[in-house]
Ligand binder design. Sequence first.
Ligand code: WT7
Length: 637
Amino acid sequence: MAYPYQIKSLEEYQQNYQQSVMDPEGFWANIADHFYWRRKWDKVLEWNFKDPNIKWFVGGKLNITENCLDRHLATNGNTPAIIWEPNDPEERHRIITYRDLYNKVCQFANVLKNNGVKKGDRVCIYMGMIPELAISVLACARIGAIHSVVFGGFSAQSIADRIQDAQCNLVITCDGAFRGNKDIPLKSVIDDALIACPSVKKVIVCTRTRTPVSMIKGRDLWWEDEIKQVETMGNPPCPAEEMDAEDMLFILYTSGSTGKPKGVVHTCGGYMVYANYTFVNTFQYQPGEVYFCTADIGWITGHSYIVYGPLSAGATTLMFEGVPTYPDAGRLWSITDKFCVNTLYTAPTAIRSLMSYGLGPVNHKDLSSLKKLGSVGEPINEEAWHWFKDNIGKGRCPIVDTWWQTETGGIMITPIAGVTKEKPGFATLPLPGVQPILVDETGKEVTGNNVNGNLCIKFPWPGMLRTTYGDHERCRTTYFATYDNLYFTGDGCLRDEDGYYRITGRVDDVLNVSGHRIGTAEVENAINMHAGVVESAVVGFPHDIKGQGIYAYVITDRMTHDPELTKKDILQTVSRIIGPIAKPDKIQFVSGLPKTRSGKIMRRILRKIAEGETDNLGDTSTLLDPAVVDEIKRGKI
Ligand code: WT7
């Protein structure tokens, strides 16, 4: 069998789960044995959640790209590694075999080396969904550079923050990106970002849209020219850098309840084993299958389940440049039909959006190749679950509702396709190696079934974050200080009568808008930068398509002549500071905010009003100025 650690039955799941709890080190060592290590580990695990200090496969040496590329060449060199579908359905798709990918990664890794990139250097990648993005990621890993991919929807300011935080010395970008009917001018955004980033010495620009770009002499280089140079050198091989299991592989920034995004750090050994194990098991991948994850590589889902998980398993991963609604709402089904996709892994927000177009775009598409469906990023409502099951899976495909986070590196709680009995709205059971625990506000364990609590994990797993870049203390306080000896996820959770887990949403000040994590404090900071804004408070509200929408209460210092224009200006400011994904859906001007006597904003009340539950606000008597609540209620949008 291709994957000896692939679970085939519920009994086997239970046995594996038991073993993983009784002997976690033995369990993970057996799995890690199926990878290519330059040197095996001396010790499987060293840990404490107090500092925290987490080390997996201590003393092991490897390079993740030898596991994603080199080891497949002998038997699978001609297997498609990446199938790439462009934004425009009229443009030709590309198929890149494992041998092609190996060659391209080595070639570009040599480009990076020629430009002075060394092991441990940080490289920022800001590109659209083209194969060169995956090639860039792998080329960094090949030479031991730490990649920090920034999603193409973030603003110049956000990129600059991330580049400065990680002190990147090189940026890889494109002239532009095609997404739906838009051309996004990536290089021009990078030019704006770099004004504030003296650490960046070189920018490599890959051609895609050929929109006019400024190219600064001595700093900016064309990807294609650099490749030619390597070709004139006779395309020398690029030996993989030997990495320690605990050397950093990448940084990925994510939002929390405080203003500044954190650089979540993943390391080489544990992350590789975990991304692969969870990919092979959750989706029950079989050799030859075509697997399609609709995420962007700018998010963790793309890192783990477009690039590292599938490629380390020798799978065929489909990468799509565009959006599900372009040129029409049948695009995902056309792609499924065109490439005989076997697994489709997408987000509830995409499903809800496509549902709203009815069945027209689904009809006459051949979806008979589909065997497995997946959902990720936010709770999936039952209506969307059933629509997906009935109309896309035609009632015969299992749906895996996968719960996990940027910090967990890979899937944690999920059905195993075709093995676990599913229940709509439930992520069901933890994968082997994952030990969830529910606790109450005081940190006391909530035992038994039919209970609610805050979701924590009580034992390390190989894919977990190791630190937040440049600020270990922040990692400790955010994840390990709320409850002693537990990793706190920030999610609320229900465990039902069958012991199945249902994630009920964030319990902190983090919003989930179309599956994107956005901190309320971050949005408030951006709004507060707008001239004339005195103060603001941001909360989430239920949104039919996005899951959660952003509701902003804003105090301005003078009566604006034209409130509608001011709202547009505020949206423009938020786009500039964070990016269009953080734009509030609703802005309400208010003269005051409900605060406690100690000056703390009572978000609970604002949330209720935004949700439209105005007659059930609870106790407001402790407020500094109870009258503002009535004013806010009257002005609700
Ligand atoms: C947060 C993590 C993990 C990849 C995409 C998001 C929410 C994620 C589910 C799910 C309910 C989910 C949680 C989590 N979430 N998957 N299947 N059911 N909620 O990664 O940006 O790090 O966000 O997304 O609230 O904490 P992320």
